[in-house]
Design a protein around this ligand. Structure first.
Ligand SMILES: [Zn+2]
Length: 105
Protein backbone atom coordinates (compact mmCIF):
# COMPACT_ATOMS: atom_id res chain seq x y z
CA UNK A 1 0.00 0.00 0.00
CA UNK A 2 1.18 3.50 -0.75
CA UNK A 3 2.56 5.51 -3.63
CA UNK A 4 4.22 2.54 -5.33
CA UNK A 5 1.08 0.42 -5.39
CA UNK A 6 -0.97 3.44 -6.48
CA UNK A 7 1.42 3.95 -9.40
CA UNK A 8 0.81 0.35 -10.47
CA UNK A 9 -2.95 0.94 -10.30
CA UNK A 10 -2.74 4.23 -12.20
CA UNK A 11 -0.61 2.63 -14.91
CA UNK A 12 -3.14 -0.19 -15.19
CA UNK A 13 -5.95 2.34 -15.58
CA UNK A 14 -4.00 4.31 -18.19
CA UNK A 15 -3.47 1.14 -20.21
CA UNK A 16 -7.08 -0.06 -19.75
CA UNK A 17 -8.51 3.23 -21.05
CA UNK A 18 -7.29 2.38 -24.56
CA UNK A 19 -10.56 0.51 -25.13
CA UNK A 20 -12.28 3.92 -25.04
CA UNK A 21 -10.22 5.26 -27.93
CA UNK A 22 -7.31 7.64 -28.12
CA UNK A 23 -6.33 10.12 -25.43
CA UNK A 24 -8.17 13.37 -26.04
CA UNK A 25 -6.78 15.49 -23.22
CA UNK A 26 -7.19 16.32 -19.56
CA UNK A 27 -10.46 16.30 -17.68
CA UNK A 28 -12.04 19.72 -17.52
CA UNK A 29 -13.90 18.88 -14.32
CA UNK A 30 -11.26 17.49 -11.98
CA UNK A 31 -7.95 18.07 -13.76
CA UNK A 32 -7.13 14.39 -14.17
CA UNK A 33 -4.70 14.08 -17.10
CA UNK A 34 -7.09 11.82 -19.03
CA UNK A 35 -10.71 12.83 -19.58
CA UNK A 36 -11.57 9.25 -20.59
CA UNK A 37 -11.60 8.52 -16.84
CA UNK A 38 -15.13 9.97 -16.67
CA UNK A 39 -16.49 7.31 -19.01
CA UNK A 40 -14.62 4.60 -17.10
CA UNK A 41 -16.01 5.97 -13.82
CA UNK A 42 -19.55 5.91 -15.23
CA UNK A 43 -19.16 2.31 -16.39
CA UNK A 44 -17.72 1.34 -13.00
CA UNK A 45 -20.58 2.91 -11.07
CA UNK A 46 -23.14 1.03 -13.14
CA UNK A 47 -21.34 -2.31 -12.81
CA UNK A 48 -20.87 -1.85 -9.07
CA UNK A 49 -24.55 -0.91 -8.74
CA UNK A 50 -25.39 -4.36 -10.05
CA UNK A 51 -26.17 -3.71 -13.71
CA UNK A 52 -25.29 -6.54 -16.04
CA UNK A 53 -21.78 -5.83 -17.33
CA UNK A 54 -22.62 -6.98 -20.84
CA UNK A 55 -25.60 -4.62 -20.99
CA UNK A 56 -23.42 -1.76 -19.74
CA UNK A 57 -20.80 -2.64 -22.34
CA UNK A 58 -23.39 -2.52 -25.11
CA UNK A 59 -23.93 1.16 -24.33
CA UNK A 60 -20.31 1.83 -25.25
CA UNK A 61 -19.37 -0.84 -27.80
CA UNK A 62 -21.22 -2.62 -30.59
CA UNK A 63 -23.64 -5.32 -29.51
CA UNK A 64 -21.87 -7.60 -31.97
CA UNK A 65 -18.59 -7.06 -30.12
CA UNK A 66 -18.24 -10.07 -27.84
CA UNK A 67 -15.62 -8.18 -25.83
CA UNK A 68 -18.04 -5.49 -24.59
CA UNK A 69 -18.62 -7.25 -21.27
CA UNK A 70 -14.90 -7.89 -20.77
CA UNK A 71 -14.09 -4.24 -21.52
CA UNK A 72 -16.66 -3.07 -18.96
CA UNK A 73 -15.31 -5.44 -16.32
CA UNK A 74 -11.68 -4.64 -17.05
CA UNK A 75 -12.36 -0.92 -16.76
CA UNK A 76 -14.18 -1.50 -13.48
CA UNK A 77 -11.23 -3.38 -12.01
CA UNK A 78 -8.81 -0.75 -13.29
CA UNK A 79 -10.83 2.15 -11.83
CA UNK A 80 -10.99 0.41 -8.45
CA UNK A 81 -7.26 -0.32 -8.54
CA UNK A 82 -6.55 3.37 -9.18
CA UNK A 83 -8.59 4.64 -6.21
CA UNK A 84 -6.17 6.51 -3.91
CA UNK A 85 -8.19 5.48 -0.86
CA UNK A 86 -7.25 1.85 -1.49
CA UNK A 87 -3.58 2.81 -1.30
CA UNK A 88 -3.76 5.08 1.72
CA UNK A 89 -2.52 8.15 -0.12
CA UNK A 90 -4.08 11.59 -0.52
CA UNK A 91 -5.80 12.74 -3.71
CA UNK A 92 -3.06 15.34 -4.07
CA UNK A 93 -0.33 12.70 -3.99
CA UNK A 94 -2.35 10.58 -6.41
CA UNK A 95 -2.72 13.54 -8.78
CA UNK A 96 1.05 14.04 -8.81
CA UNK A 97 1.58 10.36 -9.64
CA UNK A 98 -1.13 10.55 -12.32
CA UNK A 99 0.73 13.40 -14.02
CA UNK A 100 3.89 11.27 -14.08
CA UNK A 101 2.11 8.15 -15.33
CA UNK A 102 0.34 10.04 -18.12
CA UNK A 103 3.34 12.23 -18.99
CA UNK A 104 4.64 9.83 -21.62
CA UNK A 105 1.37 9.57 -23.55
ZN1 LIG B 1 -12.28 14.24 -14.07
Amino acid sequence: MGADSYRVGATRLRDALVVLGAVTGPCGFCGHPDQRHRVADAITERVLAGEDAETVGWDYWDREDSRAEVYALELTVAVLAADPRRHGITRGKAAAIDREVWADL
